[in-house]
Design a protein around this ligand. Structure first.
Ligand code: HEC
Ligand code: HEC
Ligand code: HEC
Ligand code: HEC
Ligand code: HEC
Length: 675
């Protein structure tokens, strides 16, 4: 029944009234999106702009580098916005610790500091402290604007202090931003699309203008390799190869390799390719595994646990499977036995840019791990490849004509070509490799992207794609830390730091050697876990982590060690009249004297490891750097030293003496033990 006009008008008014009520209550209830950690950081240069989340008021862009991939190198501004959440009301002073460029800091709409530093001497000195600022309990609106100098390095690190004695970075955990920001959403999609483009090696087929030189100067991932196919027939089983080539994602949900074969012939083509690959044998034969007795299996299982393999993998005997982790159930189908151990020992041997970390392992340990994995994974009957020369020849022809050799190396002519990147207007990023359903007769590979991934790639396509020609170290570090899953251990395992702080604590040179696998000593021998290496990305990742924290990618040379001070430093570390640091810390060859207290890292490493400013903050008050540390606080609230008879009790001079002594490294003369 259609209501009569007045009734309809009444119903309508009732309805609009109701809607209005709903809308207003929805408005009243819809909370601003829950704040998230970090500040919004917007970089702009001319019309180019990029918004990301940054941990703190830190930045370092070296001369000639881009501040963000979306920006050309050269002059830029950086604006941080968000909230500084004070837990109690209080008065704080602010200053720049280092600055090259200009910085303006506003809190709750009031100018706090406005400072410019251009000369080298000014850049290295802290600025004059601001007047004390009253912070309200809860969120205080924060805005900081940095303008880069006309040329040269651009950098800043901001500090605050409650009493004007201890200066430290603003507590990172107190900084938040509103995640529902339109500019952030737009830049995030573009960055995600660029990341997908790089990780899936689109540029190997659709070459960007300026290739191949770009691989050295542009996004570092343009240089990424794919597994070398030489001798692949010795290293992998035939049946697994056929299944992988037919559809990589059916074997590993997070595969980067696309499906290149389509249509009814695809399974037969995959078998032919695998039959050809099976003929590629040779290479050095890996050592045969020792007998996998019960003891070896036990050790293998223990290593699987201690090395936290399950942080990234579903182990063959896992009862709960995490869809985002790489399964290891198929290992017996893929690896001839000695090759599994060889892979675990050195996953980058045939594939430098693998995401699998390289653990420090002996041959015996690698064999124990392989045996433990093999013993719980199902066994497979391995069907043999076709030995028909016609099939093998067809397999070889397919390898040369379907794009395999755009990504993989093998000594064969590549006869596959695709159109250059510049040929695809953004409107074309719906078809071909981005088609929801690949056409059976398409020459384009199929990546099986989901809707969100396609949207991100399309957002990237709509840019001028010039970001491929640029490398922004901080952004690279954030991207790689995510893709390499550093957080699967850091933050999950007890007894060592969150990844977020390390760029401001350790020198980039130290992080680089660690990530290359060149640090042979364990820093924390009391924990069983081991830090693995990521050799291909080590140096770039280390530089990016430092720059994220406002430190240069290369640590400036320090003046020579002040030798006379080292003797005093030694006394300070000693038990006899000093701080007794040696209760917990070893010093070069000398072991700590009271290890049971709370073990510390051997002090002979400090000089090579630590950023000097981090060292100073740490000794002044370790609890303010790491609230759960067991290292004692020696200096009082006024910053005074309890050892009044050494260097006149001057804390700064004592800290310098300690630092000069630590800088001697393995040559530190042994301190005086307790009598
Ligand atoms: C193995 C080589 C290869 C790789 C890798 C590859 N493509 Fe393609 N792509 C092709 C071929 C072949 C076509 C068909 C058109 C042609 O002949 O170039 C195609 C077509 C396309 C099209 C459709 C263009 C049109 O005009 O319809 C887009 C868009 C595209 N690719 C984007 C991508 C993206 C994004 C990636 C990475 C995720 C990628 N491609 C990776 C080979 C490749
Ligand atoms: C930080 C994450 C991470 C950790 C920890 C890790 N892996 Fe991996 N692993 C990967 C990734 C990612 C791959 C895929 C490599 C690629 O193709 O880039 C992989 C691949 C593998 C493969 C080959 C799988 C295949 O199908 O080819 C084996 C075997 C393996 N890992 C064993 C281990 C063992 C054993 C440990 C512990 C000692 C371990 N992994 C720890 C990330 C990890
Ligand atoms: C767009 C680049 C690309 C193309 C095209 C491509 N692959 Fe791959 N392939 C990869 C990557 C990357 C991996 C490493 C695993 C991963 O992340 O997916 C891989 C892994 C493999 C492996 C496993 C190696 C191992 O030891 O685990 C084989 C075999 C292989 N590809 C063969 C082929 C063949 C044959 C073709 C052509 C039909 C092909 N690939 C096309 C990128 C590619
Ligand atoms: C399999 C677990 C695991 C993964 C994955 C992992 N780490 Fe570590 N990391 C460790 C362990 C364990 C230590 C402590 C080693 C020690 O002190 O002897 C450590 C220490 C470090 C240190 C030195 C910290 C210090 O204070 O000594 C840095 C830097 C570091 N990791 C960076 C990274 C980065 C970057 C990634 C990702 C690319 C990563 N880690 C992935 C386990 C892991
Ligand atoms: C009660 C035990 C204890 C005493 C005493 C102690 N520390 Fe520590 N120290 C620690 C612990 C615990 C850590 C953190 C170790 C970690 O990161 O795993 C630490 C860390 C350090 C670090 C950072 C080392 C690095 O390479 O990461 C330095 C430097 C340091 N202490 C210096 C000193 C000095 C100098 C003294 C004496 C003034 C001292 N410590 C006294 C327990 C102690």
């Amino acid at each position: 029944m259609i209501p009569s006009l007045p009734t309809r008008a009444f119903l309508l008014s009732l309805l609009t009234g109701l809607l209005a009520v709903c809308a207003s209550s929805a408005l009243a209830q819809a909370p601003a999106a829950k704040p998230e950690p970090g500040l919004l950081l917007t970089h702009t240069s001319g019309p180019a702009t990029d918004t990301a989340v940054a941990p703190n008021l830190w930045l370092h862009v070296a001369a000639g580098q881009s501040a963000a991939p979306a920006l050309p190198a050269g002059k830029f501004t950086a604006t941080w916005t968000g909230a500084l959440n004070a837990d109690l009301r209080g008065d704080f002073q602010f200053r720049t610790e280092v600055l090259r460029g200009s910085l303006k800091l506003e809190i709750n709409g009031t100018n706090i500091i406005e400072v410019t530093a251009a000369t080298t001497a000014d850049s290295a000195k802290p600025s004059a402290p601001s007047k004390p600022v009253r912070l309200s309990k809860g969120a205080n609106l924060l805005k900081a604007t940095f303008t880069s100098p006309d040329s040269g390095d651009a950098f800043v690190r901001v500090q605050w202090s409650e009493k004007g004695i201890l200066w430290e970075p603003i507590t990172t955990a107190l900084l938040t931003h509103n995640p529902a920001d339109a500019a952030l959403a737009k830049s995030t999609a573009i960055r995600a699309g660029r990341d997908l483009f790089l990780e899936h090696r689109c540029a190997k087929c659709h070459t960007p203008a300026g290739s191949p030189a770009l691989a050295a100067t542009g996004a570092p991932e343009l240089a990424m390799d794919a597994p070398d196919l030489a001798d692949i027939g010795s290293r992998r089983h035939y049946a697994w190869l056929a299944a992988w080539i037919l559809d990589p994602k059916s074997q590993r949900a997070v595969a980067h390799m696309p499906r290149t074969l389509h249509g009814a012939n695809a399974p037969a083509d995959a078998n032919a390719i695998a039959a050809f690959l099976a003929t590629l044998t040779g290479g050095p034969a890996p050592a045969l595994p020792p007998k996998a007795d019960a003891e070896a299996l036990d050790s293998g299982n223990k290593l699987l646990e201690v090395l936290h393999c399950a942080g990234c993998h579903n182990l063959p005997d896992a009862t709960e499977k995490d869809a985002k982790k790489i399964s290891l159930t198929h290992l017996n189908a893929k690896f001839p036995p000695p090759h599994l151990a060889a892979f675990i020992k050195n996953p980058g041997a045939h594939y430098a840019w693998t995401h699998m970390p390289k653990f420090p392992l002996t041959d015996e340990e690698a064999h124990q791990i392989a045996a433990a994995l093999s013993s719980t994974a199902p066994m497979f009957k391995q069907p043999g490849p076709s030995t028909d020369p016609a099939v093998i020849a067809r397999g070889q022809h397919l390898v040369q004509t379907t794009g395999c050799l755009n990504c993989h190396t093998l000594k064969l002519d590549n006869q596959f070509k695709a159109k250059p990147l510049a040929d695809f207007a953004a409107t074309r990023w719906q078809s071909g490799c981005l088609a929801e359903k690949p056409a059976a007769d398409s020459a384009a590979p199929a990546f099986a992207f989901n809707a969100e991934e396609r949207a991100a790639l399309q957002a990237f396509a709509a840019t001028d794609r010039g970001s491929l020609t640029r490398h922004a170290p901080s952004e690279f570090a954030a991207r790689q830390a995510k893709n390499l899953q550093c957080a699967s251990c850091h933050g999950q395992l007890e007894g060592f730091p969150l990844i977020d702080v390390l760029g401001g604590k350790l020198k980039p040179e130290w992080i680089a050697s660690l990530l290359k696998g060149e640090v042979a000593d364990k820093m924390r021998p009391w924990i069983e876990h081991r830090m693995p290496a990521f050799p291909a990305r080590a140096a770039l990742l280390a530089a990016g982590l430092a720059q994220t924290h406002g430190f240069p990618p290369v640590t400036p040379a320090e003046p020579p060690v002040k030798m006379p001070l080292t003797t005093i430093g030694k006394k300070l570390v000693s038990s006899d009249g000093g701080f007794s640091c040696i209760a917990c810390h070893g010093v070069a060859e000398m072991a700590p004297v009271q290890v049971f207290e709370a073990p510390g890292i051997n002090l002979a490493f400090s000089g090579a490891r630590l950023q000097h400013t981090w060292f100073l903050r740490w000794i002044r008050n370790p609890l303010r750097v790491e609230p759960t540390t067991k290292m004692p606080v020696y200096f009082d609230e006024e910053g005074k030293s309890p050892l009044a008879d050494i260097l006149g009790g001057d804390a700064d001079q004592q800290l310098d003496a300690l630092w000069q002594y630590l800088r001697l490294g393995s040559k530190m003369p042994p301190p005086i033990p307790p009598q």
